[in-house]
Design a protein around this ligand. Structure first.
Ligand SMILES: Cc1cc2nc3c(=O)[nH]c(=O)nc-3n(C[C@H](O)[C@H](O)[C@H](O)COP(=O)(O)OP(=O)(O)OC[C@H]3O[C@@H](n4cnc5c(N)ncnc54)[C@H](O)[C@@H]3O)c2cc1C
Length: 222
C-alpha cells in the first residue's frame, strides 16, 4: 500500500515538473522522467495519450485531459482515426510546425518533429488573433501558462508559445528531436519505386525504418 502511494506521488511529482518546466531541455528531461514513472513509451503513439490519462489523475491533470479530450473528440477526428498509419515528418519546431504536428496527431498520424535548435530563446512577441487565442485555449494553453492571454493581452513570445505547443505535442504522443537538422531527401535509385528517405545531420537510428508519407517544411524556416 505504502509502495503504491509512493509510486503515485512520484508520478504526480513528475507530471508537475513537466507542467512547470520552462525550457526546451527542461521539458524533454521532465517528459522522459514522466514516461519512466508511468512506464509508457512515447513511440507507442496510438495508445500513449489514452494510457497516460489513466495513470496521471491529479485534479490538475484531469482538467487538462478534459480540455484535450473535448478537442480530440471533434467530429473531424472521428473514430476510427482517418490517418492511422500515416507517418508525418515535421521539419522545425517553430509555432507553425508544432501546431501542424498537433493537428496531424489528432487525425491519428504518427508524427516526428525534428528541430535543429537545442533551446527556445526567441522573445519576439507574436500578436494572436481571437481565433488563435481560442484555438490555443482549447488545447489547454492556460493550464501550462496561467497568464496566457489574461484580460486584454493578445500577444505571446515565440519562446513561450513553443513551450506550450511542445508540451501538448509530447502528451499527444508526438516524438520531438532537438539538435537534429533536416538536410534533404535521399532519392531512391532510378529503377526502384520506393519512397524517398529523409536524412538528417544526426540520424536517429530509431527512425531509420520509417518511411514518411508526408513532410512539412516551412520554406522560410531558418
Ligand atoms: C528577427 C525576427 C524578428 C521577428 N519578430 C516578429 C514579431 O515581433 N512578431 C511576429 O509576429 N513575428 C515575428 N517574426 C516572425 C516570426 O519568426 C514568426 O512569426 C514565427 O516564428 C513563425 O513561426 P514558424 O513556426 O512558421 O517559423 P519559425 O518560428 O521560424 O520556426 C522554424 C523552426 O524550424 C527550425 N529549422 C529551420 N531549419 C531547420 C532544419 N533544416 N532542420 C530542423 N529544424 C529547422 C528553426 O530552428 C525553427 O525553430 C520575427 C522573425 C525574425 C527573424
Amino acid at each position: 500500500m505504502k509502495e503504491k502511494t509512493e509510486g503515485k506521488d512520484m508520478i504526480n511529482d513528475c507530471f508537475e515538473k513537466f507542467m512547470t518546466a520552462s525550457t526546451f531541455k527542461g521539458i524533454q528531461v521532465a517528459f522522459k522522467e514522466l514516461c519512466q514513472a508511468v512506464d509508457l513509451k512515447p513511440t507507442e503513439y496510438k495508445t500513449f495519450y489514452v494510457n497516460l490519462k489513466t495513470r496521471v489523475n491529479t485534479w490538475k491533470a484531469k482538467s487538462l485531459w478534459a480540455k484535450l479530450d473535448k478537442r480530440a473528440n471533434r467530429k473531424e477526428y472521428k473514430k476510427p482515426k482517418p490517418c492511422y498509419d500515416t507517418n508525418v515528418l515535421i521539419i522545425g519546431g517553430g509555432p507553425c510546425g508544432l501546431r501542424t504536428a498537433i493537428e496531424a496527431a489528432l487525425l491519428g498520424c504518427r508524427v516526428v518533429v525534428v528541430e535543429k535548435r537545442e533551446s527556445f530563446s526567441r522573445n519576439n512577441v507574436l500578436h494572436l488573433w481571437p481565433f488563435l487565442i481560442n484555438d490555443l485555449k482549447n488545447l489547454g494553453a492556460k493550464k501550462f501558462f496561467g497568464r496566457f492571454c489574461a484580460g486584454a493581452i493578445d500577444h505571446i513570445s515565440i519562446r513561450q508559445l513553443q513551450v506550450i505547443l511542445v508540451k501538448v505535442s509530447l502528451l499527444l504522443g508526438i516524438q520531438i528531436h532537438s539538435n537534429v537538422t533536416y538536410l534533404g531527401l535521399e532519392e531512391p535509385p532510378a529503377d526502384q519505386t520506393i519512397e524517398s528517405k529523409c536524412f538528417f545531420s544526426v540520424f536517429q537510428i530509431m527512425h531509420s525504418n520509417i518511411i514518411f508519407n508526408l513532410a512539412y517544411n516551412r520554406r522560410t524556416a531558418r
